[in-house]
Design a protein around this ligand. Sequence first.
Ligand SMILES: *Cc1c(COP(=O)(O)O)cnc(C)c1O
Length: 450
Amino acid sequence: MTDDLLDQARGIAGSWLRALPDRHVGPLVDASALRVALDRPLTDAGEAPCTVLDELARDLEPGLVASGGPRYHGFVVGGALPVALAADWLVSAYDQMAGMHSSSPGMAVLEEIAAAWVLDTLRLPASAGVGFVTGAQMANITCLAVARNAVLAQEGWDARADGLIGAPAVEVLVGDEVHVTVGRALRLIGLGEQRVTRVPVDANGAMDPDALAQALAAGSGPAIVCAQAGNVNTGACDPLGLIADAVAARGAWLHVDGAFGLWAAASPIRAHLIHGHDRADSWALDAHKWLNVPYDSALAIVRDADAHETAIGMTAAYLAESDHREPTGFVPEASRRARAVPIYATLRTLGRDGVAAIVDRSCAHAQLMAGLLSDGGTEVLNDVMLNQVLVAFDDAPGVVARVHKDGICWLGGTVWRGRGAVRVSFSNWSTTDDDVRASAASILRAAAAT
Ligand SMILES: *Cc1c(COP(=O)(O)O)cnc(C)c1O
């Protein structure tokens, strides 16, 4: 029975994946059609699992998006490398409770090794604390919670025990182009989304380090600076080395939201873009974007592993204490899936060079796209040094709608410095030069149809 169902799922997955590169990239039906198809009467007696699987796939797939395919350029979205997907299936089959060493020594040890490999690949301090979380959103929350407690501890305040009520004020400085998930993280950890100093950015969206230094010099007391590696519109990376200098002068905490941009550290020819990244105190990093493992997968990394575990870990009598690293000590979760397995399998399969090759290929695709679109008479708004291309259109929503209707590729609109634009993002392992040409042609057709 189990084997039959797994074979059936394998067949469904195989057909989906084989069709993925050529599928109309957007959904084929709207939400009301999906409700009609999926909202069946829930029975008392239940149904045969093979029927459920078959009908689920048939009814659901028209509402899916080929976001794991080679011409999905929306948001910043990776695909799933074959080995990452296969390893992810094993995570479900093994079904380990990966929160504690005692509940799965195998997964706990594998997680330690995957963590060490990520730190090695990105040239981050080998002794850093690493938590495997769902996404950069949760990584930002985790890292900033550690940051909050650490800067308050310097003032003699125990935020773990006493919270924030009556605590010294913590100053938070962010770039004007800060990602929305950092704002939500600050909101959830009690520092407030609006109670921040916004530091001006340059034309590409990177933080002005002199303005940051001035803002830091103007204040005193505990402070956290949130820098960014990889702006979602332009790919801009804040000048982390200069920022680290300014932060050190104040004795503040430097957090880097490097959801995708931190992977530039893996590439010998792109690492200069984030020069100084290893001087931060904490880093938020996605694996489901540029490493191309399935959702959901990200890492919360903190230089001071003790501070990380002190702020985030938990203790209770029934949780077996051990001398080992406890996975739950570094994430705000208790029971959870063994999220490190696809990362382990992917890094081992790719090697350092393979990771760099994916980063470099995506950046080359962004260059190719920018060239094709400007040759086609459009205005590229950003300095394309990473994997994002931002193109101006007077009627960006119209262009986006026509591109989606064409179904060759998928991208999103935005507003950049008051101008309508579309964002073309590259982070999928399977994208080819021909895919880039096909997407560019579709975008130019949509623009000409205005
Ligand atoms: C994608 C992204 C996030 C949020 O990551 P999730 O994986 O969606 O939680 C945060 N910051 C930046 C810069 C991003 O690109």
